[in-house]
Design a protein around this ligand. Structure first.
Ligand code: ADP
Ligand code: ASP
Ligand code: MG
Length: 406
């Protein structure tokens, strides 16, 4: 007997037939003698619709009310799945975040889980009950509904697995595991049997949305055994593991991409101390996350260009903030480009091998793809390219590093 958390994403609960399919999968784990808790997302497309309605009601809306609206998608699916489970003889009960409770901070729209009280659920599971828990949501210190950021049900599931001291957390989705890159873009992508926590963390934060970044951080911190697998087949999935559990290590294990980038360039910024603070201070205060930053060294020691990237959704806000700080910054002009994408190669093998970066630049040059900005860290290299070249770049790099399936 094992204690398992099973998480099902939006496509897996996309209609009533699919919810019944999920109920059968849950029942088979229960029938095998396991204690099971389930976490579900909203039905596919629902959260996007709810977000769009908030924007339509007012482009700049109160984040607390946004959370009240977008958390509702998961309320529907926990109820429906509980009904479907009861219909096939499983003793199921739905739980919303505040009922458990799943306590978070008050950063509405991107809240962090602080604590989950698992005692009541553990007791009920011991009596054969199956808790069906709403993903993506929690409750703030003042008792308001919060949400955990897009894709947050993965984090709900891993956090619940940690709180319930589960033996494993199975993330069921619409692909049968973690691939060397997005299998919807590269047909030759290969499924990985195992991936290290560090690589999964980089893949997720660089755009592979198969797991939310915070869920990987949480699994790493609490030692939760996470497996990504398909809702629609019995194929074995991908285990996220420690580095020493992987025998043969490739130099590059995956390629990720993100279209959620925008590039901003401050042209001819005066080259003297304090300028970076004048630029990035106000942006931070406005809650704009800055990702890659590149500053050119000026030859005449006077003016230089400063380029950086922000999330696409933050670009307009960033430009407004920069416009207001224009006098202190003293640059010639501000250019912006929302049509960019970040493409990254990830692999723990990079730590001990040189030449991976130059191989990347060669491969992109051969396809005639211009690199706008480069950023590297210990186990990844990212480049910014024009958005229209995203797929071409991902495919070229996937082939270049020998990741294509035979
Ligand atoms: P869910 O609704 O189940 O949470 P998501 O859409 O959030 O599913 O995540 C699954 C999707 O992630 C897949 O359909 C796939 O297109 C995408 N994806 C991106 N990169 C990868 C990767 N390296 N491996 C697997 N899937 C990936
Ligand atoms: N329903 C939420 C979203 O679409 C959470 C999730 O799917 O994980 O972002
Ligand atoms: Mg997801």
């Amino acid at each position: 007997m094992a204690r398992i958390v099973m998480k099902f994403g939006g496509t897996s609960v996309g209609d009533i037939e699919r919810i019944k399919n999920v109920a059968r999968r849950v029942k088979s784990e229960v029938d095998a003698g396991n204690e099971v808790a389930v976490v579900v997302s909203a039905m596919a497309g629902t959260t996007n619709q709810l977000v769009a309605w908030c924007r339509e009601a007012d482009l700049v809306h109160d984040a607390r009310e946004y959370d009240t609206v977008v958390a509702s998608g998961e309320q529907v699916t926990v109820g429906l799945l509980s009904i479907a489970l009861q219909a096939i003889g499983v003793h199921a009960r739905s739980w919303l975040g505040w009922q458990i409770p799943i306590r978070t901070d008050d950063a509405h729209g991107r809240a962090r889980i602080e604590a989950i009280e698992g005692g009541e659920l553990i007791a009920r599971m011991g009596r054969g009950e199956v808790p069906v828990v709403a993903g993506f949501q929690g409750v703030s210190p003042t008792g308001r509904i919060t949400t955990l950021g897009r894709g947050g049900s993965d984090t709900s599931a891993v956090a619940l697995a940690a709180a319930l001291k589960a033996d494993r957390c199975d993330i069921y989705t619409d692909v049968d595991g973690v691939y060397t890159t997005d299998p919807r873009i590269v047909a030759k992508a290969r499924k990985l049997d195992k991936i290290t926590f560090e690589e999964m963390l980089e893949m997720a934060s660089l755009g592979a949305k198969v797991l939310q970044t915070r869920s990987v951080e949480m699994a790493m911190k609490h030692g939760v055994r996470v497996q990504v697998r398909s809702t629609f087949s019995d194929a074995p999935g991908t285990l996220v593991v420690d580095e020493d559990e992987i025998m043969e290590q490739k130099l590059v294990s995956g390629i990720a991409y993100s279209r959620d980038e925008a590039k901003i360039t401050l042209v001819r910024v005066p080259d003297h101390p304090g300028i970076a603070a004048h630029v990035f201070g106000p942006l931070a205060k406005a809650g704009v996350n800055v990702d890659i930053i590149v500053q050119n060294v000026s030859e005449d020691g006077r003016a230089t260009d400063l380029t950086f990237t922000v999330g696409k959704a933050d670009m307009e806000r960033a430009l407004k903030v920069l416009d207001e700080a224009r006098a202190e910054i003293g640059c010639e002009r501000v250019d912006s480009d929302p049509n960019v994408a970040k493409v990254s190669a990830i692999g723990v093998g990079m730590r001990s091998h040189a030449g991976i970066a130059s191989q990347m630049f060669d491969a992109l040059a051969r396809k005639g793809i211009n690199i706008m900005v480069i950023s590297t860290s210990e186990i990844k290299i990212s480049v910014l390219v024009a958005e229209e070249y995203t797929e071409l770049a991902v495919r070229a790099l996937h082939a270049e590093y020998g990741l294509d399936a035979a």
